[in-house]
Design a protein around this ligand. Sequence first.
Ligand SMILES: *Cc1c(COP(=O)(O)O)cnc(C)c1O
Length: 336
Amino acid sequence: KPVISLSQNECLRPPSPAALEAAARAVKDGALYPDPNWQPLRGALADLHNLHPAQVVCGAGSLDLIASLARVYAGPGRAVLAPRNAYPFFRTSAQMANARFDTADETDFTASVDALIAAVAPDTALVFIANPGNPTGTRLAGAELRRLRAALPDNILLVVDEAYGEFADHLGETCLDLIADGNTVVLRTFSKAYGLAGLRVGWGAFPAAIAAEVQKALNPSNLSGPAQAAAFAALQDQDYMRDTCNLTARLRSETVDRLRAIGLAPVQSLTNFILIDFQDTDAAHSADAALRSEGIFLRPQGGAGLPQCLRMTIAGQPALAAATEVLAHWKGQVPG
Ligand SMILES: *Cc1c(COP(=O)(O)O)cnc(C)c1O
């Protein structure tokens, strides 16, 4: 039986044909080092998002940038703060920087601005929040993020991780403009809506002074030539990316309906995945085991403090149908 992975939030379709061609062309220059300053990718990102190129930094995935931010702005004697059910790499990056990691309660699988503000300590240096969140899939309104920024002391760097931002762009509430305040960073990636996870291209919008510090802490020449070329070409093909987002939203909504019909509790999502709340850790384990025995892998969420949940990536229709069929069968055999 072929293995079906719905565990990594990978894109439901391959990269844009233009990106594939650009990467193949760039491989021919494989004997040469890549551009350490990511031109022209950086310029194209700046143009598309109304930024100055000096405000754009590229990473080998946004993980590279998250780790670099923690290295530069956290450290011994400083704390990193994030919502309790946040993306686990926020904690990892704090640990790698030998900083304390603090969390703030969430409500209904959604980050709480009031709880974050209340959890600020004298040594808090960095606040990470993914919007929409992973693994929850929920998002805060733009006004809530602005309220958070306004309430945080100026010396705390706020990092808004918009890894799934493209899936919510139709709401017109990106926080990219918040970088003008000088102490906010917004991260995005080519791994999700652009389907380039394997090529490792993330980027962020930074106040220029912070961009310079973060770039110093990155490995030089962190992005391969084919990765830069593919991302540049993918960026030119906005229609393809928007089609990916629309297709993902349609399949997500069909899958949510199907899961509800089975009697399961999917959490409202604005991403390319759905968090399913089994309300009970044993039930989540049992459903996971039933799926695994059929070669279908969702992602258990104990690491994000949600052991009663499984996260399901929105893949192509056949894979989703196979997963929901196993879950329907499993649910039919569970008492209650
Ligand atoms: C997927 C993801 C990332 C990072 O992915 P990269 O592939 O390193 O760009 C970052 N943050 C969140 C919240 C994610 O879900």
